[in-house]
Design a protein around this ligand. Structure first.
Ligand code: OGA
Ligand code: MN
Length: 297
């Protein structure tokens, strides 16, 4: 027996801003069950406008998380980080500090610097959907910043400079602690250059695409690039361009990786469990691998 298609007036979404810079909570909408194309388009429209959407009190299964995510595109199966995937569901990455098979989890320090997901691959993630299953009593927050505003607020001259650049993303800058494993993952994900300004394929908005995981700009030395990367990251992550999310269990946060960056804060007692499940939507193929000889000094 098929599930009943619930009549929802989604085009009139009840949206509440999460911060001045970005983000909106979608109130009073049950996201389990089926959606029509028009309903999906309404959510997509709100997402493109606000860059981050929050749904609260979501109570669903891994299969429901996956099928909701698929409404918005093709899912990644996380081959770039082939660990801590939920048993039987490679589309769900478990981001947790809970030990796995008696060993520390690989994802316990995921996202500890400002980044856009999977920028170090040739299919940089379009978006991610993170669901909070278990959280520490305090902290374990995630911060997000608006990269469309960050671009818009540059001077015309700086815009022109950055538009001509390709940022090289390097796996060794993801901020993991196990250097052996990091070296292994860097072989799987060699440094790759992407345009430092990207145009969102649906909204047409231009957004800055540089992060704390960029080592340099292609064709420039690291010494030349560093001050510019540092400036752009500082500029993008100014307090007034940030939304800080304090999680509750049952929160689902959707973010657009083409128009935002995020950082997972270690502002909690690591002996307390934190467990999140993430789907990742594949982005368009982008970038070029940087020949070894060109890896800047
Ligand atoms: C991620 C990530 C955020 C968090 O899953 O992409 O960066 O707060 N994690 O766990
Ligand atoms: Mn991330």
């Amino acid at each position: 027996m098929g599930r009943e298609v619930v009549e929802r007036k989604v085009p009139e979404l009840d949206l509440r801003p999460l911060s001045n810079a970005l983000g909106a909570e979608v109130c009073g909408l049950d996201i389990t069950g089926e959606f029509t194309a028009a309903q999906t388009a309404a959510i997509r429209g709100a997402w493109n406008e606000h860059h981050i959407l929050l749904f609260r009190d979501v109570d669903w299964s891994p299969a429901e998380h996956i099928s909701f995510s698929r409404l918005f595109g093709e899912l990644d199966i996380h081959e770039a980080t082939p660990f801590d995937r939920l048993e039987g569901y490679p589309e769900l990455l478990e981001v947790t500090n809970k030990p796995k098979n008696g060993k520390p989890s690989e994802t316990r320090n995921t996202g500890r610097n400002w980044h856009s997901d999977y920028a170090y691959t040739n299919r940089p993630s379009a978006s991610s959907m993170l669901y909070c299953v278990e959280k520490p009593p305090v902290g374990g927050d995630t911060m997000f910043c608006n990269m469309v505003r960050a671009y818009d607020e540059l001077s015309p001259t700086m815009k022109e400079i950055v538009e001509g650049l390709h940022a090289v993303f390097d796996f060794s800058l993801v901020g993991r602690q196990n250097s052996e494993k990091t070296a292994e993952l860097r072989l799987l994900n060699p440094p790759i250059a992407h345009p430092a300004v990207r145009v969102h394929p649906e909204s047409g908005l231009k957004a800055l695409y540089v992060s704390e995981r960029a080592s340099h700009f292609h064709g420039m030395s690291k010494a030349e690039s560093r001050p510019i990367i540092d400036y752009l990251c500082r500029h993008a992550t100014r307090h007034e361009n940030v939304y800080r999310h304090s999680w509750h269990t049952g929160d689902l946060v959707l973010w657009d990786n083409r128009t935002t960056m995020h950082v997972a804060l270690a502002d909690f007692d690591q002996t307390k469990p934190r467990r999140m499940l993430r789907t990742t939507l594949l982005g368009e193929p982008s970038g070029f691998l940087v020949p070894k000889a060109d890896e800047a000094a």
